[in-house]
Design a protein around this ligand. Structure first.
Ligand code: 9MR
Length: 661
């Protein structure tokens, strides 16, 4: 039995949304370590090889059908759709490892939909997660179900099983395998995104798996903000009326707080991932929008926000109070969700008012996608202007930015940002990813090099734009940590996408360099397996994007001396010398580092400084930007400290890691 996790809520059976994706294609087959098979069942020895029924089914090795060889597992005597063959994997699965589970299924008679699921339990509380959703199966042939699953919580029971959607017919199962790909260490010698982009917090959407092992290391190295991708939604937090469940979200929030990450709460109100009971009367009939229905719905909304918002209080600094309320195909621009159909725009008014009451200091956002599309942007603008005019406390407009390699243009995105500036709201980029696909009919077995380059340029251009509008933008979040876990693998169709900065083995892509140092776009392969690969060690990039003369080359083209020259209670003076150890002159320079003990620079000379929490960026003054090979530039500063004042241990200059002298 594994260590038991703290159990905060003792609910009974909770169905949770899919935590695993049903696509296992690797974007980087050539460089990925070979998979290790940990389970292989073929039933050829005439036994059930550890499988059991979930109820009173009869399991036997059978020669009636075989996917391969002469036998399979027959499952008869099913009396409910959830009955099916299960394999206990408690002693096999390790928390934080992504397993690929593959099974072959066929019906004995007729047809149905089969799915592959996981049951996990802790102290008798069971959760069910879909690994592969409903897939048509018949008695006419074998169908493969393959999906990935990562255990992210402590459990005392764990199994995967096959069930069906509507009938209880007999099944055959064969050639069951489970494998995992050994983790590749993250690259520790590349600049942290958050230390390079210091104008605003840079975040990633996370699920339970992203805070563990190498994923957790990558997350805290590069990001200083997180958004739980699903854990704070209504279906997770209030699955049944007035029974609140924080088991998904609490570990994420605890991790974020322990690692000093800002948290975006997502989301109080959405038309998706909201349980059916929310829109049903006490007798179970559907609300239609009567005065009583509206009163009941708004009181449920009020209760939800008071509880979920109140549970986290000031730990969550920003909330997407309402999500995706605009539909530009409606003449008035208002999405005809159940919320709107029952309560009109009052659901938005109530949500913001109650959120402000519970969270007086939080930034309250209205969040939507395609806000770069003029019609949608303008409806959103008008709605926010109207509601703000009424005194509704909207602080922030969230632009999701689910975009692709060729859409939208920077100009449209700039117009989107400019549009909202006069409203006096802050703006946040809340769910950015850049799909490699430009239509739903495309499918690539591996991401083509030209798409990855286009993606890097898109990230470069968009981040340059966001930084240009730093006074209007207070946060930029990517919708995921790395390409091994992205919603785009199953939307709009199932195919492997690669929309983020890090590849499926957590290594930096050109997209990462597009954000951190565009001169290095094209100098990294999709998935270098060695963490010591120098980002500039090969040059396969776009010839039009070759490094500029002002850029340094190589990881050791700069050296930094950081000295504390004086220290007193609460204050200190520092002196920093940057030396060009490369072969080309710097034309300008930007030096980044992270403080580790909350120090703050209060004054700086011979340069200019921006600081966002621990992340510091110092820019050259007009007279000391040019530094020839072997030359140096120095600057000094005054800072404040409390507790301790350790020197930073890593520096990067224009995105290059410097040696520390
Ligand atoms: O990332 C989320 C994914 O895991 C869910 O399956 C999906 C379905 O509801 O929601 C995803 O997140 C969405 C976000 O909450 C709102 N904007 C669109 C995001 C992608 O669908």
């Amino acid at each position: 039995m594994r260590a038991l996790a703290r159990l905060t809520v003792a609910t009974t059976l909770i169905a949770v949304s899919a935590a695993a994706i049903a696509v296992a294609t690797h974007a980087d087959a050539a460089d990925t370590p070979a998979p290790v098979t940990v389970i292989s069942k073929d039933f050829e020895d005439g036994t059930v090889q550890g499988f059991t029924g979930r109820n009173a089914e009869v399991l036997a090795a059978s020669t009636a059908q075989a996917h391969d060889g002469t036998r399979s597992l027959s499952v008869t005597g099913r009396t409910a759709t959830w009955n099916g063959p299960a394999l206990n994997v408690l002693s096999t699965f390790v928390k934080g490892t992504s397993y690929t589970i593959s099974v072959w299924v066929r019906m004995a008679d007729g047809s149905d939909n089969a799915r592959l699921s996981v049951e996990r339990r802790l102290a008798t509380v069971a959760n069910y997660e879909t690994v592969v959703g409903n897939t048509a199966v018949t008695n006419g042939g074998w169908v493969n179900l393959t999906g990935r699953y990562t255990l992210s919580t402590d459990v005392d029971y764990l199994s995967f099983y096959v069930e069906t959607a509507s009938t209880t017919g007999s099944l055959f199962l064969d050639d069951v395998t489970v494998s995992y790909t050994p983790a590749v260490p993250i690259q520790t010698d590349i600049p942290n995104v958050k230390s390079v982009v210091t104008e605003f917090p840079v975040g990633a959407a996370i699920t339970g798996a992203e805070i563990l092992n190498e994923h957790g290391q990558l997350l805290s190295k590069h990001f200083n903000s997180v958004t739980p991708g699903n854990a704070l939604k209504w279906d997770a937090t209030e699955p049944t009326e007035n029974t609140f469940n924080y088991t998904q979200a609490d570990p994420l929030i605890t991790y974020a707080k322990a690692n000093g990450l800002a948290i975006r709460g997502h989301t109080f109100v959405w038309h998706n991932q909201t349980p059916a009971w929310v829109f049903q009367r006490a007798d179970g009939t559907a609300m239609t929008g009567t005065a009583d229905d509206k009163t009941l719905l708004l009181s449920r909304l009020t209760n939800h926000i008071r509880n979920v918002g109140g549970h986290y209080g000031s730990s969550i600094g920003t909330w997407d109070v309402v999500n995706e309320v605009i539909d530009e195909s409606q003449s008035d621009g208002n999405r005809r969700s159940s919320w709107y159909n029952i309560a009109g725009l009052d659901y938005i008014r109530t949500a913001f008012k109650v959120a402000r009451e519970v969270l007086p200091n939080a930034k309250l956002c209205i969040n939507d996608y395609n806000t770069n599309v003029a019609a949608k942007r303008d409806f959103l603008y008008n709605l926010v202007a109207t509601l703000k005019g009424e005194g509704i406390p909207i602080d922030c407009v969230g632009h999701q930015m689910h975009i692709n390699v060729s859409w939208p243009t920077v100009a449209d995105t700039e117009a989107m940002i400019q549009k909202f500036v006069p409203l006096g709201v802050t703006q946040q980029i809340t769910e950015m990813d850049v799909s490699i696909y430009t239509s739903s009919s495309e499918t690539f077995p591996t991401p083509p090099a030209d798409r990855l380059l286009s993606q890097a340029y898109k990230y470069r251009d968009m981040f340059a734009l966001f930084r240009k509008y730093a006074s209007a933008i207070s946060s930029v979040t990517l919708w995921g940590l790395a390409d091994d876990n992205t919603w785009l693998d199953t939307y709009p169709v199932s195919r492997k996408d690669a929309p983020l900065l890090f590849d499926t083995t957590l290594q930096a892509k050109s997209a990462y360099w597009g954000v951190v140092d565009p001169t290095k776009i094209g100098t990294t392969t999709t998935a270098p397996t060695s963490p010591t690969v120098s980002p500039s060690s090969s040059s396969t990039g776009n010839p039009t994007d070759s490094p500029s003369p002002s850029a340094s080359s190589g990881a050791n083209s700069c050296s930094v001396t950081y000295r504390v020259t004086g220290s007193w209670q609460g204050g200190f003076q520092g002196d920093v010398k940057l030396t060009n150890t490369g072969t080309a002159s710097y034309a300008t320079w930007r030096l980044n580092w992270q403080f580790t003990a909350g120090q703050t620079i209060t004054q700086l000379w011979n340069g200019s400084v921006t600081q966002n929490q621990n992340a510091v960026a110092v820019f050259n003054a007009s007279w000391n930007g040019v530094v020839p090979p072997g030359g140096s530039a120095s600057f000094g500063f005054l800072g404040s400290w409390t507790g301790s004042n350790p020197a930073p241990t890593g520096f990067s200059m224009n995105g290059n890691v410097c040696t520390v002298a």
